[in-house]
Design a protein around this ligand. Structure first.
Ligand code: CS2
Ligand code: MG
Length: 432
């Protein structure tokens, strides 16, 4: 009988294609690993009956345990006994089967399963994942680094330090006179060259930061004036407005930064209101990047169809995995919109590795964010991706190329941590 439910152990229908002996890999176990090496991470580990291991990143900054519970209590029981090879079926099973679709918790949980299954499939196929995704479309992945400063001289030193680290494109964040604490500015200039900025603080309550859009809008163009003066016109420069401006403020900022020829201006307005970008687009040609808080293709529909953004900023971890993000990027490609995947330290080395395999395979690659993980993090996540001469490469290990060290992880128990909240000078809550 053609059609009807396909039981997990279904034999091929009579006369239908015969299922080869090797095309089934039964999931024996799945476990949720929570640890805090430098910062909190949630990792899903799926193991097949043949002992093949797949890892998935399920880290949602400041809400880690919500995803850990979603996986442990609702998803893991559904995975055991399933065929690990059936990635698309499992994705749809978890997305449509949840009934309550979308949203950061659900899509991060689905992403972790998806990454782990792609890891297993590539390990079973005996190749690095990018080969399964269509092979390499380039020899290396241009990645941008992070410079910040409490004042311009400190910022210029930080740019130099990032260039010494090999970065050929740099995101610039800076303090603003009149505002105590601004997003993206490392507390101390880094001695090692690694940009050491972890916004989620281990504390019982979120820190409260102040915000003054007028002071920011006056100050930022002067900073890019100074950086261009020091480093010249060619260095690709990026800036993250971190969701904090109204549409007309974002339009004004984009326009005032045009003389400095930015690679992109990121998250200029809170992105729930996709229509807002029509106003920004009408006033400036500064390229726009949006999407790190997006979880599905639906969050991008208007932005992509109306050519309102130039870069897709999602991460594999928060946008439903490789299966879903590749679809978003395929849609974007029809509009010449390129990737600019989210890669802060709260995307774990597993999530970063998944991004790199996708970055290497897709055609419409733009740039990859690379915030280097700390030493404690690297002691738990053993990665095989390479950083050479300003370019990343996922490496040639089979699968994603990341191993998880349980012994090391045991030294780093979970610690509650919160992202800050932001208030305007009059005390009104604002977007952080
Ligand atoms: C930022 C992130 O890297 C970025 O572009 O927007 O650092 C963001 O603040 C964090 O991922 C929040 O968890
Ligand atoms: Mg950002």
């Amino acid at each position: 009988m053609i059609g009807g439910p396909v039981p997990a152990t279904a034999a091929a229908p009579a006369g239908g294609p015969t299922a080869g002996p090797t095309t089934r890999s039964t999931i024996r176990s799945a476990e949720v690993l929570v640890a805090s090496p430098g910062r909190n991470f949630v990792t899903l580990r799926v193991v097949t009956e043949d002992g093949v291991v797949g890892l998935g990143d399920a880290t949602l900054n400041g809400r880690e345990l919500a995803v850990a519970s979603y996986l442990t209590d609702h998803v893991v029981p559904l995975l055991v006994g399933r065929d690990a090879h059936r990635i698309e079926d499992t994705w749809q099973y978890l997305y449509r089967g949840a009934y309550w679709r979308r949203g950061p918790v659900t899509m991060t949980a689905i992403a972790a399963v998806d990454m782990a299954l792609w890891d297993i499939k590539a390990r079973l196929a005996g190749m690095p994942l990018y080969q399964l995704l269509g092979g390499a479309s380039r020899t290396g992945i241009m990645a941008y680094g992070h410079a910040s400063g409490r004042d311009v001289p400190e910022l210029l030193d930080s740019v130099r330090a990032q260039m010494a680290e090999g970065f050929r494109s740099i995101r610039v964040q800076t303090s603003v006179p009149g505002i105590d604490k601004v997003y993206g500015v490392a507390a101390q200039p880094s001695t090692s060259g690694r940009y050491d900025y972890e916004p989620a603080q281990r504390a019982p309550l979120p820190a409260e930061e102040d915000w003054d859009p007028a002071a920011y809008l006056r100050h930022i163009p002067t900073v890019f004036e100074a950086v261009r003066h020091e480093f010249g016109p060619a260095l690709p420069l990026l800036h993250d407005a971190h969701h904090r401006l109204t549409p007309i403020q974002a339009a004004r900022l984009g326009k005032s930064l045009e003389p400095y020829d930015l690679f992109w201006l990121e998250d200029c307005t809170p992105a729930e209101n996709q229509d807002a970008l029509r106003l920004v687009r009408a006033h400036t040609t500064t390229p726009l990047a949006i999407g790190e808080v997006f979880n599905t293709v639906w969050d991008y529909q208007t932005l992509i169809r109306e050519q309102l953004v130039d870069y897709v900023r999602s991460s594999v971890t928060h946008a439903g995995g490789i299966t879903a993000l590749r679809r978003i990027l395929d849609l974007a490609a029809q509009y010449q919109i390129r990737s600019g995947l989210h890669g802060p330290t709260d995307v774990s080395p597993v999530g970063m590795a998944a991004a790199l395999h996708l970055d290497l395979a897709i055609h419409n690659f733009g740039i990859q964010e690379y915030m280097q993980h700390s030493t404690p993090t690297s002691s738990v996540f053993r990665t095989s991706f390479r950083w050479e001469g300003g370019y990343l490469h996922p490496g040639e290990h089979h699968g994603l190329g990341v191993e998880y060290d349980d012994e090391a992880a045991a030294h780093f128990p979970y610690q509650a941590a919160y992202l800050p909240v932001s208030r305007l000078k009059d005390g009104t809550i604002h977007d952080w």
